[in-house]
Design a protein around this ligand. Structure first.
Ligand code: HDD
Length: 730
């Protein structure tokens, strides 16, 4: 079988694995083939329908026309009710060390085993065609095709969730989706119904802080953390269980974009994240994450200030460190979006022996929802036979028939026990790999209730806020001021302020100021309106203890990896007369560090450099935009500099890059271009060969020094301090 290779930049081959080899047998490639009907008949005329005379009515007899149109009419399937907008890729996972002390999951016990994976990233609220850059949670769903069946880790890029019980999920989704009377706004939580719901539901406080933070605006899917959210169980060969929380840690660090930038990207390239993932894999810059686990012995279940079954709580890494146990690499793009990305069906209930559930009431409800939703979305009970969903191991059971059944089951028996078929397929003993549910003791009354241990709704929201850097805190305040500013009903804004006031008085005060209203005095006991009809409200009152941990560094992105410029996109602005030597030196140095460099010029075609060399720009100012790049460099060269200085789009490009706190470099010769920007400040008297004008901006006559400093600056990702004082140039 042919290895799928990447044709760009001599990038490494996109490797095959067990799953991709199995998928090959379903792949159709029409190169060099005749066109046929769906039933194999060769088509002679695909341009004209069958008519009575050349101007005549089309004949019902035209089975070719009917087949083609009918298929077209049925091309669409319902989009996912949530996470409709997504992008996916193939890859592999390998564990670093044998984890059999903790789990019997075979793919985690043998560092020699490479497990194929398929990963789908998504936004939550928007429709299939919505922008990637909505302020939203991101889905991070991983399907491991293990030798013991599929294990799906269906997580998000935030470690907690809005609600504690699955019964509230339809309410949450109805509230956040576009409003039902006018289907507005698309892919946005900034509207009345969402905040109306949230303002009645203090259990959402912690997740709201995450959703309003920079985590909701990732720079790339490749630069996001992932979390399994719930506490799961690892169970070893001896039946000994430990609680486990799953994490994905991206090797490129965790990075975000600015809100203004996100809104601009949504216009300039709504496929920004999809393109970024696709391009990186095509270029052989395979995205990588380490799988992390936090392990809590069963005996420690009650040792925390929060309930580990409560999905609105995380386990701070200071209390239980994350052990990195393996690495996932995404190394192959899909062949067909619909067949793979759209038809993939994840389910938290797809587990393998050694991984088990807990009684987290959100997880318990999810265990029902995922199969159920595929029945409507994929049209019937045989969605597991769709190529992307098939495990790499054989499937044998007595389930039969149904819409679109592919398997031809041989034999007379489709029941068990049976004697006619020698009782096959047979059940597997635990020792033979049979799944045995963890033997958890449950001794309880049947009751609809919420445990008191779930009622501290604010201390971790506060922990999150307190753990943010100043810039991150400002972004949260701005996000909440924006979102609540879009809310029309003042009563909703007020209730939200009362909730936020429980998290942090200064936070609430800043937002109250932005909204021009006062924080109402609603007592803590009255904040929770998610109360059963017959309940005594006081039983459902929120708690707000101080919490013994005041700060957790892992919750901030400030301390993330900042020592690489791998895959960062850098724009070089150039025009005729550009200094080719400095352009090429900087470009080559950036590429050597793994960056992606684009030359952007006033027009496409070719630039004639000062030394008469011809340079082909990648984009023009018309097709490119500052918000699509991480950094910008302006080389010297008299005519080029004069052209750029007078070119409004070039100046705008730099202004925007500055506004969005990106690294900017210019040759000394190109200083005039910077002088046309709003951010240029007169050079200090001590200006010599190289000068960092202000944080993240360097001008230098020495290309070598410029390049070294520029690379360090790009690795820093953003210079958020430049947001203050905030000027709006563009
Ligand atoms: Fe969910 C899809 C993640 C709670 C019901 N969910 C879906 C996807 C992700 C998550 C990543 C997209 C999978 C894909 O790419 O195809 N969901 C979560 C997380 C949750 C969560 C991390 C909380 C910890 N979800 C949740 C609850 C329910 C659902 C409580 C229902 C009771 N989720 C669904 C669903 C979806 C889904 C309706 C829509 C499409 C699909 O399943 O396949 O069943």
């Amino acid at each position: 079988m042919a290895k799928k290779t990447s044709d760009k930049n001599n990038a490494p081959a996109q490797q095959e694995n067990d799953k991709t080899i199995k998928l090959e047998s379903f792949v159709a490639d029409s190169s060099g083939e005749f066109m046929t009907s769906n039933h194999g008949l060769k088509i002679n005329d695909d341009q004209n329908s069958l008519k009575a005379g050349d101007r005549g009515a089309t004949l019902l007899e035209d089975f070719i026309l009917r087949e083609k149109i009918t298929h077209f009419d049925h091309e669409r399937i319902p989009e996912r009710v949530v996470h409709a907008r997504g992008s996916a890729a193939h890859g592999v996972f390998k564990v670093y060390e044998d984890m059999s002390e903790l789990t019997r999951a075979a793919f985690l016990c043998d560092p020699g085993v490479e497990t194929p994976v398929f990963v789908r990233f998504s936004t939550v609220a928007g429709s299939r065609g919505s922008s990637d850059l909505a302020r939203d949670v991101r889905g991070f769903a991983v399907k491991f095709y293990t030798q013991e069946g599929n294990f799906d880790l269906v997580g998000n890029n935030m470690p907690v969730f809005f609600i504690q019980d699955a019964i509230k999920f339809p309410d949450l989704v109805h509230a956040v989706k576009p409003e039902p009377d006018n289907e507005m706004p698309q892919a946005a939580s900034a509207h009345d119904t969402f905040w109306d719901f949230i303002s009645q539901l203090p259990e959402s406080a912690h997740m709201i802080m995450w959703a309003m933070s920079d985590r909701a605006l990732p720079r790339s899917y490749r630069m996001m953390e992932g979390f399994g959210v719930h506490t799961f169980r690892f169970v070893n060969e001896n039946g000994v269980a430990n609680f486990v929380k799953f994490h994905w840690k991206p090797l490129l660090g965790v990075h975000s974009v600015a809100w203004d930038e996100a809104q601009n990207i949504s216009g300039k390239d709504p496929d920004f994240h999809r393109r970024d993932l696709w391009d990186a894999i095509e270029a052989g810059a395979f995205p990588e994450w380490e799988l992390g686990v936090q392990i809590v012995p069963e005996a420690d279940e009650f040792k925390f200030e929060f309930d580990i079954l409560d999905p609105t709580k995380l386990i701070p890494e200071e209390l239980v460190p994350v052990q990195r146990i393996g690495k996932m690499t995404l190394n192959r793009n899909t062949d067909n979006f619909f067949a793979e990305t759209e038809q993939v069906a994840f389910h938290v209930g797809h587990v393998v022996p050694g991984i088990d559930f807990t009684n987290d009431p959100l997880l318990q409800g999810r265990l029902f929802s995922y199969t159920d939703t595929q029945l409507i979305r994929l049209g019937g009970p045989n969605f597991h036979e769709i190529p992307i969903n098939r495990p790499v191991v054989p499937v044998h059971n007595n389930q039969r028939d149904g819409h679109m059944r592919q398997t031809i089951n041989r034999g007379k028996t489709s029941y068990g026990p049976n004697a006619i078929g020698a009782n096959d397929p047979k059940q597997a003993k635990a020792a033979e790999g049979g799944f045995v549910s963890y033997n958890e003791r449950i001794d309880a009354k049947k009751i609809r209730a919420r445990s008191r241990s779930f009622f501290d709704h604010f201390s971790q929201a506060r922990l999150f806020f307190n753990s943010q850097s100043d810039a991150e805190k400002n972004h949260i305040i701005d996000a909440l001021s924006f979102e609540l500013g879009k809310v029309k009903a003042v009563a909703i804004r007020e209730r939200m302020l009362a909730l936020l006031n429980q998290i942090d008085g200064a936070l609430a005060a800043e937002i109250a100021f932005a909204l021009g209203i006062h924080i109402p005095d609603i007592p803590l006991e009255e904040l929770n309106n998610s109360v059963p009809a017959d309940a005594d409200r006081s039983e459902y009152a929120s708690l707000n203890p101080e919490g013994s941990l005041t700060k957790s560094d892992a919750l901030s992105m400030a301390g993330t990896i900042k020592d690489t410029i791998q895959t960062r996109k850098v724009a070089i602005l150039a025009a005729d007369g550009v200094n080719e030597q400095s352009l090429s030196k900087v470009k080559d140095a950036l590429i050597a560090e793994g960056a992606v460099v684009h030359i952007i010029a006033p027009k496409l075609g070719q630039i004639i450099a000062k030394n008469d060399k011809l340079i082909t720009p990648d984009e023009s100012f018309l097709t490119a935009a500052s918000v699509l790049y991480d950094a910008v460099y302006v080389p010297g060269g008299g005519n080029s500099v004069a052209t750029l200085e007078a070119h409004a789009d070039a100046v705008h490009f730099l202004n925007e890059a500055f506004k969005h706190c990106k690294a900017i470099a210019a040759d000394d010769e190109a200083i005039q271009v910077l002088e046309s920007t709003y951010f240029f400040k007169k050079l200090p008297a001590e200006y010599s060969q190289e000068t960092v004008l202000r944080e993240g901006v360097i001008v230098s006559a020495d290309v070598k020094n410029l390049t070294e400093t520029f690379i360090k600056m790009i690795a820093m990702h953003r210079f958020w301090d430049r947001e203050n004082p905030r000027k709006i140039p563009a």
